[in-house]
Ligand binder design. Structure first.
Ligand SMILES: [Zn+2]
Length: 155
């Protein structure tokens, strides 16, 4: 399951995670995020059934990464990730966002939508964790929400 760069083992964040096997330079392509190519109708259906491994590739197609042959699905989400996913034609690659030290856990932002964000708490442990798994563009909204909740709890 592992390759030259990535090893999979018990994660400090959640379940199984991906770890750097060696020092990695920013921009390095680490692993492909493979899956089943499905159309939008099928993707919507699978999302509603609670599948959170579906990736947008274009207007017509998505990739469902919830398959045995895709160890990249074990890479955890983080609010302060060291990797990102890049789309190249209809293939998805996990690449290093910055220099990564051997043994660091690999993470990328899952870019979840804001809908039902409270169903997806984040325990990434980063200093800037917003508490929920959402795309970075939604961080301000989630932070405001969390501040309101904390203020309510303090009363
Ligand atoms: Zn987080």
């Amino acid at each position: 399951m592992e390759n030259q760069y990535v090893r999979f083992e018990q994660s400090r964040i959640h379940g199984t995670g991906g770890y750097a096997k060696c020092d990695i330079s920013a921009g390095t392509t680490l692993i492909e995020y493979v899956g089943e190519k499905i159309d939008k109708a099928e993707a919507t259906k699978r999302c509603e059934d609670g599948n959170y491994f579906i990736f947008y590739i274009n207007e017509e197609w998505d990739i469902d990464g919830n398959v045995e042959s895709n160890p990249a699905r074990f890479i955890n989400h983080s609010c302060e990730p060291n990797c990102e996913t890049e789309l190249d034609e209809d293939r998805i690659w996990v690449t290093a966002l910055r220099d990564i030290k051997a043994e660091e856990e690999l993470t990328f932002n899952y870019c979840y939508d804001i809908a039902d964000f409270e169903d997806h708490p984040c325990r990434c442990g980063s200093a800037t964790c917003v508490g929920y798994i959402v795309a970075e563009e939604h961080f301000p909204h989630v932070r405001r929400h969390r501040d309101r909740e904390l203020a309510k709890a303090a009363k």
